[in-house]
Design a protein around this ligand. Structure first.
Ligand code: GDP
Length: 370
C-alpha cells in the first residue's frame, strides 16, 4: 500500500505526476524532502524561497468543496477574471457559494484592450455584466498584473473592504490570479517572511496563505479549468497565437449583408441580413482574418481549413471539431463573443448575424463593451 505524504506547507497530498495540479513535487525534491523529514510541494517551495506564487488547478468536485469551505469563512473574496474572456472566466454559482461574504471583482489583463477605451465605461460595463451573471460585487476594479497597473489601488481597495478579515483570491485558471498575487507581494513591504500554513490540514483543498500585518492572510486558492476553453481544441502553438499578448488593434471591416469573415479556421462570422456597416473585430493581432461571400463560405472552409484558413494546422485538421452555427438578431449595439478567442462588435440594430465556433466552444451575444 502506498503511503500518503502531505506538504508541510499547505497540506496538499504530494504527487509527482502532474505539474499543473496541486501537490506536485519533482521526484528529486521529494527524495530530499523525505531525507530531511519535511516535504514541500513545488508551489509552497517557490513561495518560501522565491516569494512567488505558482498557479495550480483542481478538479470540478474538489473545486466545489473548496468553494463550500470558503462559504463557511468570514472573509473578503477577491474574484479575478480575465477582462478579455469575461464569459470564460466566470465561476458558476460563486455568489451562492460565498454566502454573506463580500466579493471584490477584479477584471485583469486590461492592458490587452485598446488604450482608447474609457476605464470608467469599462468598469460600468463590467459591473452590469456581473449583475447579469448573478454576481453582486461590493466593488469592481480593472488591473493589469503584467503592467503593474492599479496594483497599489487594488491593495488599498482590499484593505478597505477586508475589514480585518482574511482575503480569499479565487478565479478560473489562466486569468492572472497568480500574477496579481505576485505583483502584490512584490509591491508590499508589509507582506514579508513568507510562510505557508495549512488551513485545512489533511484535506486536498489546499491553499497557500500569505500573511498580512494583522495576523490575517491573503489566501491563494487553486483555479478550476473551464471545460469549454479553446485549450481543449487547439494545440499549444495555436493557443499562443490566438491569446493576445499585447494591446489589441481592433480590425474594422465594412461588410455588406451576405458576407462572411473567417478567423483562421477556428471561427466564422456571417452577416446575414441588414444595412451595410462597419464591424469591429477584437482578437489577437496575429490571427488572420479572411473575408468571403456567404454563399462561398461552406465550400471555402471545406477546401481551405488547415491551409489558407489556419489554425488549425494541416496535420491537426483531422481531429479538429466541426464549426457549429449560432444565429443572433441584433437589438442594440452588441458583441458576438467567441469564447477564448475574442469578439465582433455589431453596431446596427436589426442585423441578423451568425457566429460559428468549434463544437463545445460557446458563442454568445452581449451588450457591447465599447
Ligand atoms: P492564473 O492561472 O490565474 O494564476 O494565471 P497566471 O498568473 O499564471 O497567468 C496566466 C497567463 O496570463 C500568463 O501567461 C500571464 O503572463 C498572463 N497574464 C497575467 N496577468 C496578465 C495581465 O495583466 N495582462 C496580460 N496581458 N497578461 C497577463
Amino acid at each position: 500500500e502506498e503511503e500518503v505524504i502531505h506538504c508541510v506547507g499547505c497540506g496538499a497530498v504530494i504527487q509527482i505526476s502532474d505539474k499543473e495540479k496541486i501537490g506536485y513535487t519533482p521526484s528529486g525534491a521529494l527524495k530530499k524532502g523525505l531525507e530531511k523529514g519535511e516535504v514541500y510541494c513545488q508551489r509552497c517551495f517557490r513561495l518560501r524561497n522565491y516569494n512567488e506564487i505558482q498557479d495550480v488547478s483542481l478538479t470540478d468536485d474538489d473545486f466545489l468543496k473548496l468553494l463550500n469551505k470558503i462559504g463557511t469563512k468570514d472573509a473578503l473574496i477577491v474574484n479575478v477574471i480575465d477582462i478579455f474572456d469575461f464569459n470564460g472566466s466566470l465561476i458558476a454559482g460563486l455568489q451562492r457559494f460565498v454566502g454573506k461574504n463580500p466579493i471584490l471583482l477584479v477584471g485583469n489583463k486590461v492592458d490587452l484592450l485598446p488604450k482608447s477605451m474609457k476605464k470608467s465605461k469599462m468598469t460600468q460595463w463590467l459591473r452590469e455584466r456581473a449583475h447579469e451573471a448573478g454576481l453582486r460585487p461590493i466593488d469592481v476594479m480593472l488591473t493589469s498584473a503584467v503592467k503593474q497597473h492599479e496594483i497599489e489601488q487594488l491593495k488599498q481597495t482590499i484593505e478597505k473592504y477586508r475589514d480585518g478579515k482574511d482575503v480569499y483570491v479565487v478565479g478560473v485558471t489562466n486569468v492572472g490570479k497568480s500574477s496579481i498575487i505576485n505583483a502584490i507581494i512584490q509591491n508590499s513591504a508589509g507582506i514579508k517572511d513568507l510562510i505557508t500554513t495549512s488551513q485545512f490540514p489533511g484535506t486536498t483543498l489546499d491553499q497557500i496563505e500569505i500573511p498580512l500585518d494583522d495576523g490575517k492572510a491573503i489566501i491563494d486558492t487553486p483555479g478550476i479549468i473551464h471545460r469549454n476553453q479553446m485549450a481543449h481544441v487547439l494545440g499549444e502553438k495555436d493557443l499562443k497565437l490566438i491569446s493576445p499578448k499585447k494591446e489589441i488593434k481592433p480590425k474594422v471591416y465594412q461588410l455588406k449583408s451576405k458576407q462572411t469573415l473567417f478567423f483562421g479556421g477556428i471561427a466564422r462570422f456571417d452577416f446575414i441580413e441588414g444595412e451595410e456597416h462597419a464591424f469591429t473585430c477584437f482578437m489577437s493581432n496575429d490571427l488572420n482574418i479572411h473575408r468571403t461571400k456567404l454563399e462561398n463560405a461552406d465550400d471555402l472552409y471545406l477546401r481551405q481549413v488547415g491551409d489558407l484558413l489556419q489554425p488549425p494546422r494541416l496535420d491537426e485538421k483531422e481531429g479538429f471539431p466541426p464549426l457549429v452555427r449560432h444565429e443572433f438578431s441584433i437589438k442594440e449595439k452588441s458583441d458576438i463573443v467567441f469564447s477564448g478567442l475574442g469578439w465582433v462588435t455589431v453596431q446596427k440594430p436589426g442585423a441578423i448575424v451568425a457566429g460559428w465556433a468549434p463544437e463545445g466552444i460557446d458563442v454568445v451575444i452581449r451588450k457591447s463593451i465599447v
